[in-house]
Design a protein around this ligand. Structure first.
Ligand code: 5AD
Ligand code: SF4
Length: 471
């Protein structure tokens, strides 16, 4: 049943579709060639999924796409705010567009996404980057045709960075980047407020999509031939919270299990505080879900975890890992690790190192803490120097390199079902794909196998991949 909010959004979408048509005719008058857009998404898969919606809307306005900014009539950077270096990269790339805009004043330059949802950033763009035409935050994505029409027809700068109510907008067209693997957002926003994290501020409160909508999109993807679908959310384990239908993430996965077809499913990210034994049991019994769990721990020190507002301690986390390993032998585990949280001592950091030795993750995503305006951690004392943090970080990387290599070597002799994605780095005659645990596998095989599941027995391993033979 649709509520008031949903009805309002649907009628707003109708007016957006009308704008798409107006943009089409405007562009056909203005340009002597079919319009081209360059859309680049920074950051996480959620943002990449947003980027696919942006492209869906632009396609509806008549745009084709180019990977080269230099030949585009519209350049749109979908930004990430999670760390300072992500923001620096955006500013660098936008700076580089100044010349192109001078040479082609009709070029439209737009910035959107998480960074733009921060007041101080939007202000900086307004003042210091006068050649940026269009700025909008994560809440205004579905209004893109209207905003773009304004920018094109009036040649005025458009800023739309208001906070939204975070309601889910269904029914946006999606222009997917791949034909085999698809992202499927099941929720948006985040309610956790980890003290270091900007996400709850830029993406707003958590909202789940209705299970019917998720299942229908998944069925469509399977019918279109997608073989691997990744369910996305900042915290998929709290899926269902706030919906009138009573459903948990484990319940959603049980429904997905019933969908016929030869495809596999991943999900990310799982917050350990909400990762239940029930979820692991569902994974253990599933024929569709990959035996792979990305379970970001951030730190191995319970003291630091508390300061991060993570709502679990080292022991609870390790118990979860033990349970997962017991129920799903051979499960692939990965994690996010942060080094240099304010107040973290070398002893705390060593607890992270010992947790790594204990869990032995297959791979890690590793970060040095980056202070974010408006978060609680930004107010905390942070006495450790950047050089010191870099030293710890290198120590972490070198330990994980060793563990990762050992984990890869342990795959030798075993057979994995690999989704062949195309030619590998080893060159012609070789294919590359991912194991169920998301490890890159290269093997000899004809190109025609691309898009199929292939059983590969692993014969040797390297840093970045394992190699094998078809069986
Ligand atoms: N500094 C460094 N890393 C961060 N992450 C989130 N916020 C920050 C920050 N301020 C990392 C966390 C999270 C991942 C997506 O990014 O490890 O799990
Ligand atoms: Fe994704 Fe967070 Fe970056 Fe936004 S700020 S793109 S939610 S990682």
């Amino acid at each position: 049943m649709a509520d008031h909010n949903e009805i309002a959004i649907q009628s707003e979408l109708e007016s957006q579709w009308a704008r798409c048509e107006e943009i089409r005719s405007l562009l056909s008058q203005k340009l002597d060639h079919p319009p081209l857009a360059h859309v680049h998404s920074y950051g996480c898969q959620q943002n990449v999924a947003d980027g696919e919606k942006i492209k869906g809307l632009l396609a509806r306005c008549g745009y084709g796409f180019t990977g080269t900014a230099g030949e585009a009539d519209l350049i749109l950077y979908n930004t990430c705010a999670v760390r300072e270096n992500a923001e620096d990269r955006v500013f660098g790339n936008v700076g580089a567009l100044k010349k192109q805009k001078k040479e082609n004043p009709d070029l439209i330059i737009g910035l959107c996404g998480c960074m733009m949802q921060q007041e101080h950033i939007a202000q900086k763009i307004k003042q210091s980057y006068p050649y940026v035409d269009l700025v909008f935050g994560t809440h205004a994505l579905h209004q893109l045709p209207g905003m773009l029409y304004e920018a094109l027809s009036r040649r005025q700068r458009v800023f739309n960075t208001a906070e939204g109510d975070g309601a889910i907008v269904e029914g946006l067209p999606v222009h997917r980047d791949g034909t085999l693997k698809a992202w499927l957002p099941i929720m948006r926003g985040c309610d956790n407020f980890c003290t270091y994290c900007i996400v709850p501020y830029v993406r707003g409160r958590e909202h789940s999509r209705r299970p019917g909508q998720v299942l229908r999109e998944l069925e469509e993807l399977v019918q279109q031939g997608y073989k691997e679908i990744t369910l996305l959310g900042q915290n998929v384990n709290s899926y269902g919270k706030g919906l009138d239908e009573q459903i948990t993430f484990a319940g959603l996965l049980r429904e997905i299990e019933k969908i016929p077809g030869d495809f596999r499913v991943r999900f990310m990210s799982s917050h350990p505080k909400d990762c239940t034994h029930e979820l692991i049991d569902v994974m253990a019994q599933s024929r569709k879900l990959c035996p792979y769990l990305h379970l970001p721990v951030q730190s191995g020190s319970s003291r630091v975890l508390k300061a991060m507002n993570r709502h679990y301690d080292r022991e609870q986390y390790l118990e979860l890992v033990r349970y997962a390993r017991e129920k799903i032998p051979g499960i692939t585990l990965s994690s996010d690790i942060m080094v240099g949280f304010p107040g973290e001592t070398y002893e705390d950091f060593q607890e992270t190192m010992s947790l790594l030795r204990e869990v032995r993750y297959d791979f890690l995503y590793t970060f040095i803490y980056s202070s974010r305006v408006g978060t609680r951690a930004a107010q905390m004392e942070d006495p450790i120097s950047a050089e010191e943090k870099s030293r710890w970080f290198r120590e972490l990387l070198s330990l994980q390199e060793q563990i990762g290599d050992e984990r890869n070597s342990a795959m030798v002799g075993k057979t994995f079902r690999v989704l062949a994605e195309g030619e590998g780095k080893s060159g012609k005659g070789y294919l590359s794909g991912k194991s169920p645990g998301n490890i890159t596998v290269e093997f000899k095989g004809p190109e025609e196998l691309t898009g199929q599941f292939v059983d590969v027995r692993i014969t040797r391993s390297m840093h970045w991949a394992v190699f094998g033979e078809r069986v």
